[in-house]
Design a protein around this ligand. Structure first.
Ligand SMILES: [Zn+2]
Length: 569
């Protein structure tokens, strides 16, 4: 197989140009009527056929068969590809066809050379044709020099300017051009072209794979062929699976498994999934987008509709849809949309992805969406603050409540991993003497011990606040299933004051997780010393959960994730 399919498949005839029928019709008409504009401006996105079309047009203008074509366009086609002029042009040694890459010839001197040469008569053909590719790259001085020749172009000269950015070409030049727009080539047209190419090159393929290539190259036939070539280079047959691999996608079936684990709330399986699929080797953005698309497909399936792209997975989608509620699915989407800004800003995209997937495993009351569950948590308080008893037994219960309240506050930090980690903890005891808070976690959570340390400044003030003292948090990683002991607690009432609002920026970006290390016994009593023993003033926070009431606050929080600590009159 010829390794450079793009070059091999570059069309040399108007009929071979993909997806530009209107452009072809205009240029053929021009040839048929023997009417030409002195300057053409071909504009359109990369890979849509501007340069190819310009060369074919140039060949046709100088083709020896042109007079025959003008007599009978149905019998003869131009360029003929066999006459001396055509051969010279496609061998790139035609004396009258000058192709200039403006990206590397931006200066005014280059344009002066063109102007001088343009006054000479053509040697082999009817016209001297200049193709100036990437014309928007010419300097302003070069454009101005060029303008002189455009004002009075010699009859024997024809200019074709090709550009992806027509607005960058100065108005005085642009207004003298006959502008032709090249549309992006449609997905079915690119796919059909690839199919023809595969058949002629004896490349085995799956139709779905070619559609995927076309859909991922945004209307550029050249990019599509390049991608096909890359797939072909690595695999015998161009299958959907192979294309997705080359594009860095995760197979849809694997993604469905991930959704299944999340619905089951199985963190261990989610982590194994990340390990098995070597997520670090895939583009995080691609995984992010494909996951959202697939969850959306499950929502559709839930309502008896199948998105075209997932037609072949109809049964699996239906099964998945039966296993979860719409609220569960919208909660997943909501969490993804909530973290979109952070995802695009962070350099640790893979880690954030993992964190979000873990936090999605938390068991939520499936009858409530995220928004609903947030509002219900601020309704009736289940734990009363003021109820203080001196009985040792009740004291124990009290600490348990304090822990629950602290966990609830941590949830409001909007840091999914910290939130998720603390929810998995089971409160053991609080020692009044040593101020040690002991909390049990499943053995698997030893992988996250570094996270406790790196995020300490987020959660420590909240623990101190709820235990009314500077506590020493001591997680115990023991071999037992972790249980969520969180009970909903009343949020403080919103303070009715007016903006301006000051935002105290917290640390919204989770630190990348360190490499997993096997559980070792010495970690059992791992604890975090407080740097200062004096009790810290609790962070002030205003409840702005009512989005209608605190519009500006929500706007500010979207840009500066953090907590609102002060609201001025
Ligand atoms: Zn010819």
């Amino acid at each position: 197989m010829d390794l450079n399919l793009t070059r091999k498949w570059r069309s040399r005839t108007f009929d071979g140009i993909v997806g530009q029928s209107l452009v072809v019709r205009m240029l053929k008409n021009s040839l048929y009527r023997d009417k030409y504009f002195p300057v053409y401006l071909f504009s359109g996105q990369r890979g849509c056929g501007k340069t190819t079309t310009a060369r074919i047009f140039a060949a046709a203008v100088n083709c020896e068969q042109l007079p025959q074509f003008q007599k009978d366009p149905k019998a003869i086609s131009v360029p003929c590809l066999v006459c001396q002029s055509c051969k010279a042009l496609f061998e790139m040694n035609h004396p009258d066809f000058i192709e200039i890459d403006a990206a590397s010839h931006t200066g005014v001197d280059n344009v002066r050379q063109i102007i001088e040469a343009a006054s000479l008569m053509p040697v082999l053909g009817r016209k001297k044709i200049y193709l100036i590719d990437e014309a928007h790259m010419l300097s302003k001085a070069a454009f101005n020099a060029f303008l002189k020749i455009l004002e009075e172009p010699p009859l024997s000269v024809l200019f074709i300017l090709a550009t992806t950015d027509p607005h960058k070409i100065i108005d005085t030049v642009r207004s003298r051009c006959f502008q032709i727009f090249f549309q992006p080539i449609s997905v079915p047209e690119v796919a059909a072209h690839l199919q023809e190419l595969c058949t002629k090159e004896s490349i085995a393929y799956e139709a779905a794979a070619l559609s995927t290539i076309a859909a991922n190259t945004q209307g550029s036939a050249r990019d599509a062929i390049n991608l096909l070539e890359r797939v072909r280079f690595a695999y015998q047959t161009v299958t959907q699976q192979a294309v997705l691999q080359v594009l860095g996608y995760i197979d849809d079936e694997h993604l469905m498994k991930l959704i299944e684990y999340i619905i089951d709330g199985n963190v261990a399986h989610v982590l194994s999934w990340f390990e098995y699929n070597k997520i670090d080797q895939h583009s995080a953005s691609t995984v992010w987008d494909s996951f959202i698309e697939l969850v959306r497909a499950v929502v559709w399936a839930k309502h008896g509709k199948i998105i075209e792209r997932y037609k072949s997975y109809e049964d699996q989608l239906a099964r998945l849809a039966n296993r979860c509620t719409t609220a569960q699915l919208t909660r997943i989407l909501q969490i993804f949309y909530d973290h979109e800004l952070l995802f695009h800003k962070t350099t640790a995209q893979h880690r954030l992805l993992e964190t979000i997937m873990i936090s999605l495993c938390e068991k939520h009351d499936s009858s409530h969406s995220v928004l609903e569950s947030k509002s219900t948590s601020s309704s009736k308080p289940l734990v009363q603050h003021k109820h203080i008893s001196t009985s040792p037994v009740l004291q124990e219960v009290k600490s348990d409540d304090r822990w629950s309240m602290a966990v609830n506050s941590i949830e409001k930090l909007d840091d999914p991993l910290v939130n998720s980690l603390f929810k998995q903890g089971r409160f053991i005891r609080f020692d009044e003497q040593t101020k040690i808070v002991e909390v049990a976690f499943g053995k698997d959570f030893i992988f996250f011990q570094d996270w406790f340390a790196t995020t300490q400044k987020l959660w420590q003030p909240l623990l101190d606040e709820h235990f009314n003292v500077a506590v020493q948090f001591t997680p115990q990683f023991i071999d037992e299933p972790s249980a969520s002991v969180v009970s909903p607690v009343a949020a403080p009432k919103p303070v009715a004051v007016t903006p301006p609002i000051h935002v105290q920026k917290s640390n919204p970006q989770p630190q990348p997780a360190l490499k997993k290390t096997p559980a070792a016994p010495e970690f059992k009593n791992y604890s975090y010393e407080k740097k200062q023993s004096k009790p810290v003033a609790p962070i002030k926070r205003f409840d702005v959960s009512d989005k209608d009431k605190w519009k500006k606050a929500h706007l500010v929080l979207q840009i500066f994730p953090g907590i609102i600590s002060e609201v001025q009159q």
